[in-house]
Write a protein that binds this ligand. Structure first.
Ligand code: HEM
Ligand code: HEM
Length: 175
């Protein structure tokens, strides 16, 4: 269950791969919207964008808690420059994973519309809009989400490089 210095444990792996699958679903929907426009296939993915984003927000909170519990007890990055960059890259992924759904949830709250992901009522409708929440969400949710996708692409590229070129243990300790 717990992480150790050789590999990530079951909980970290489930969180990593489960969340990776949901992130890919979110981005696939948006990419289909850009390429195909508003088709039934697009809405198959996009129909759950808000609710799944809210699920991701809960999962990242759990993942942060688990990270804290295992901080001194997980695979370490190399002391080299690239190892330090990898550590910073992971931290930036965490920051974006929190901020991207948070901004959208703020905007949703500020819009005055009720929000009940998968039937669970988080807040009801309100007469009053909160303009700054809407403005912040409009300004930054989309652009930071694309920045997160770019970070993920780099992350996957580096993971594959470890597996295929360096052939070290970095790939297998998460896979
Ligand atoms: C971590 C989870 C999320 C990811 C990765 C994500 C990703 C994205 C992406 C890539 C876009 C396209 C931006 C563009 O049009 O250029 C987008 C738009 C949008 N998202 Fe999300 N989203 C997430 C969570 C949420 C949540 C929780 C909500 C609602 C509560 C939401 C509501 C929207 C809306 C309404 C748009 C269209 C308006 C806009 O571009 O800001 N998203 N999202
Ligand atoms: C096919 C997709 C992916 C592959 C092949 C992959 C691969 C890996 C590997 C091999 C590690 C271990 C690296 C190490 O120990 O230094 C790792 C860790 C990590 N990955 Fe991914 N990853 C993928 C998707 C994602 C996504 C979508 C995110 C976030 C949005 C993400 C965030 C992280 C983070 C933050 C870590 C550090 C460990 C942790 O705190 O959970 N990964 N990944």
């Amino acid at each position: 269950m717990q992480d150790n210095h050789q590999r990530y444990g079951v909980v970290s792996r489930l969180l990593h791969w489960g969340m990776a699958a949901i992130f890919l679903w979110q981005f696939l929907g948006m990419v289909l919207l850009i390429i195909l426009g508003e088709t039934p296939l697009t809405y198959f993915f996009l129909g759950t964008h808000g609710p799944l984003g809210a699920v991701l927000f809960v999962l990242i909170a759990l993942r942060l808690g688990w990270y804290g519990r295992n901080a001194s007890n997980r695979p370490e990055q190399e002391a080299s420059c690239s190892g330090k960059l990898a550590g910073m890259g992971h931290k930036l992924l965490y920051v974006l994973m929190i901020i991207v759904p948070l901004l959208a949830l703020l905007r949703s709250y500020g819009s005055g519309r009720a929000f009940a992901p998968f039937g669970i009522p988080l807040w009801g409708a309100s007469e009053q809009k909160i303009e700054w929440m809407i403005a912040v969400g409009n300004a930054a949710h989309g652009i930071l989400a694309w920045a997160l996708l770019a970070m993920i692409a780099g992350h996957v590229g580096f993971a594959l490089w470890h597996k295929m070129v360096k052939r070290d243990q970095v790939w297998s300790r998460m896979v």
